[in-house]
Design a protein around this ligand. Structure first.
Ligand code: C5P
Length: 222
């Protein structure tokens, strides 16, 4: 029970951005990684709140789950869940959302060969948690990059003012969004502003979640 008495907030899964009453823009995140992180935190005795986008996964034992749909709803739910000691942003949050949601189903008309959608930026939940007055002591992000993973992951530590980032190692067999396995390169800020690094996996997401919680605990005690 190494996290007894601490509060951990985790976001997981995709967000769905509605276009009209029947259509949305989503992504292929399964939520498995974030659910595994929440389960690992609860097993260690943390009071754990899991803010979940639309996924088909059972709630881990001992976890308080709040279901949301859109990036805006996830933003509100995460910020309402503060204060916390740790925030892990494992959700694949939409970067853009339709400027307007049509109140009735968007129709195609005869002769129409294109539809233009205007999308606007969503709030950056991770960055907003990191700049909040109730900022958790340890703010952890995820990064899904295809190129130059180390460079972008390290950049994000600075840009979003976070303590740790777990970058999905692309191109590793069996890893990724819908898989049960993954491989992570984790980077964190040391007290002297150096950047620590550890490669985790390839391994089942449940195993990786425990290894990530080990690193988070080390940072909490550093
Ligand atoms: O900037 P980028 O989307 O690559 O950063 C990924 C990290 O930021 C993930 O931890 C994700 O949960 C978080 N994020 C967020 N809000 C957004 C976009 C990303 O919290 N609107």
């Amino acid at each position: 029970m190494s996290l007894a008495g601490l509060r951990v907030v985790v976001s997981a899964g995709p967000t769905y951005e509605d276009l009209d009453p029947v259509r949305f823009i989503g992504n292929r995140s399964s939520g498995k990684m974030g659910f595994a992180v929440a389960a690992a935190a609860a097993r260690r005795g943390a009071r754990t709140v899991l803010i979940a986008g639309p996924v088909h996964l059972p709630t881990p034992d001992g976890v308080e789950r709040i279901d949301v749909r859109s990036a805006a709803q996830m933003h509100d739910a995460v910020l309402r869940a503060l204060p916390a000691d740790v925030y892990v942003g494992a959700a694949a949050v939409a970067d853009f959302t339709p400027e307007n949601i049509a109140s009735s189903k968007i129709k195609k008309t005869a002769g129409q060969d294109a539809l233009v959608l205007r999308l606007v930026r969503t709030p950056d939940i991770l960055a907003d948690v990191a700049r909040d007055a109730r900022r958790p002591r340890c703010v952890v992000g995820f990064a899904a990059e295809t190129d130059d993973v180390a460079h972008y992951a390290r950049g994000k530590l600075e840009k979003k003012n976070i303590d740790m980032i777990a970058a999905n190692r692309v191109g590793v067999a069996g890893s990724g969004f819908e898989s049960d396995d993954n491989a992570l390169n984790v980077y964190w800020r040391e007290n002297n502003d150096a950047v620590g690094e550890r490669a985790l996996g390839p391994a089942p997401k449940t195993t990786l979640a425990d290894a990530l919680m080990d690193l988070i605990e080390e940072r909490l005690h550093a």
